[in-house]
Design a protein around this ligand. Structure first.
Ligand code: GLN
Length: 441
């Protein structure tokens, strides 16, 4: 714990929001005492972890890397985090991320851009960039990220670690600051499938504080050590056969297909929606939901209030001064697609497309056991570049957002030399995802 806190302290500028040193050291001392007394300790007891700064942890600052919540202290603890604390894991740090989860590079933050673990000139990915970099650099053993449209999987891919977005509802969202509630997922980033499995088991479960949660069984170590149940693997042809995909990513992917075939598994090419449809459907719904979710941040109950002549002005100034450009773009876009005259044409169309995407997945998973895809069409950009072109940044989410709309379990694993591989299974089949990840290792 001490060592990791030191390492984090020296890298605060890049990857860290706030260290939880006192708590961590006190908890570590308790575990040491237990060990010294010869008392047994649990699987996660004493294991240091990081927390994306969108989770409530009572008494700590929870800023969502935003100016608006710069001074906001959580009044309670998120369910997933509480479960980890109950299991004896030690929280080290609240981690830098794109503000409110808005972004794919961890540059939309008041704490300075997160630098990639492999090459500091490149972005760390987003929005859970600080979490992925901390794991890659061994500053934390695992981190809890948040994934609405790729924010665990993409930074995991950019930094060469594992990142799981569980099935929507497997892990409670209570205490996760809402971005787009219908796709927000809580999941681990770690250095091995085994660590992902252990953490997932601890954080999963029904929670009366989140009505979308369901009861799931723990995934056993043995159940993922074989390839039972995986006979056919699918991939989306149009993700690979297009001009936008980076050559190295394509080569990695084609090599993976050969590797799978060599293991005696059938690989099927599938038809899927094009990138423009996926990205526009996702961003229509995500912006609508974030506009609604963030409407509570007006300086009255939470955050950094800026007083003006009257209440209405106070709301306006508080929001326009404190939200970043990217967040404002989404609030304006979201309110537009929800407004009279636009909602039928845009928002409802988005909802319909989402149903079609989900139906497509249901159909596919009758034919194949898992779907594989690259994580991103592009390798990590240089720090500064994505801010110049928001549309290009949205399009770089093309391979992650579809699985979010489908609420499916998806993992990123390191594979090849570029940005890793995504493995996806049917809803509630998180076990199969881990199993295939282990098989491909
Ligand atoms: N990059 C996507 C977005 O900005 C996904 C973010 C996320 O999953 N939080 O919406």
């Amino acid at each position: 714990v001490q060592e990791k806190l030191e390492a984090l302290k020296q890298n605060t500028h890049n990857t860290v929001n706030a260290l939880l040193s006192d708590t961590a050291l006190a908890l570590a001392a308790k575990v040491d005492a237990k060990i010294a007394n010869g008392e047994p300790i649990g699987l996660l007891e004493g294991i240091p972890f990081g927390i994306k700064d969108v989770y409530m942890v009572q008494g700590t600052y929870t800023t969502a890397s935003s100016n608006l919540l710069k001074n906001y202290k959580s009044a309670y603890t998120a369910t997933a985090i509480q479960k980890l604390l109950d299991a004896g894991a030690i929280p080290l740090v609240k981690e830098n991320c794109d503000s409110f989860g808005h972004g794919s590079s961890s540059e939309n933050t008041i704490f300075g851009a997160v630098k990639n673990a492999k090459n500091p000139e490149l972005v760390g990915g987003g929005s859970s960039g600080g979490s992925a970099v901390n794991v890659a650099k061994d500053y934390t053993v695992f981190s809890i990220g948040g994934d609405t449209g790729g924010s665990i999987r993409q930074p995991a891919g950019y930094n060469g670690v594992y990142g799981l977005k569980p099935t929507y509802g497997r892990v409670s969202r209570y205490g996760l600051m809402a971005y787009a509630s219908s796709t927000d997922c809580v999941g681990p980033i770690a250095k091995s499938i085994e660590d992902v499995r252990i953490v997932l088991n601890v954080i999963s479960g029904k929670d009366i504080k989140d009505q979308t949660t369901y009861t799931s069984e723990a995934i056993s170590e043995d159940s993922i050590l074989n390839s039972d149940g995986i006979k056919t693997v699918g991939y989306f042809k149009n993700f690979i056969e297009n001009d936008a995909i980076d050559a190295e990513i394509k080569t990695d992917f084609l090599n993976t297909i050969e590797k799978i075939k060599a293991k005696g598994i059938e690989v099927k090419a599938l038809d899927f929606f094009d990138s423009n449809t996926l990205v526009s459907t996702y961003y229509t719904l995500a912006m609508a939901e974030t506009a609604s979710n963030l409407s509570r941040l007006d300086g009255t109950n939470y955050g950094n209030r800026i007083e003006a002549e009257n209440l209405k002005e106070t709301y306006a100034v508080t929001r326009s001064e404190n939200f970043s450009e990217e967040t404002k773009r989404r609030i304006v876009g979201g309110n537009q697609v929800l407004s009279q005259g636009f909602s039928d044409e845009i928002y409802l169309k988005g909802l319909n497309l989402r149903d079609e995407i989900a139906a497509n997945f249901e159909h596919d998973f009758n034919e194949v056991d898992v779907v594989i895809s690259p994580v991103t069409p592009n390798t990590p950009p240089k720090i500064g570049d994505s801010l110049k072109d928001p549309l290009a940044m949205y399009l770089s989410d093309a391979y992650t957002v579809g699985f979010s709309l489908g609420q499916l379990p998806t993992i990123t694993i390191p594979q090849g030399t570029a940005t890793g591989l995504q493995i996806t299974a049917a809803k509630h089949n998180d076990e199969l995802v881990l199993k295939f990840a282990n098989f491909l290792k």
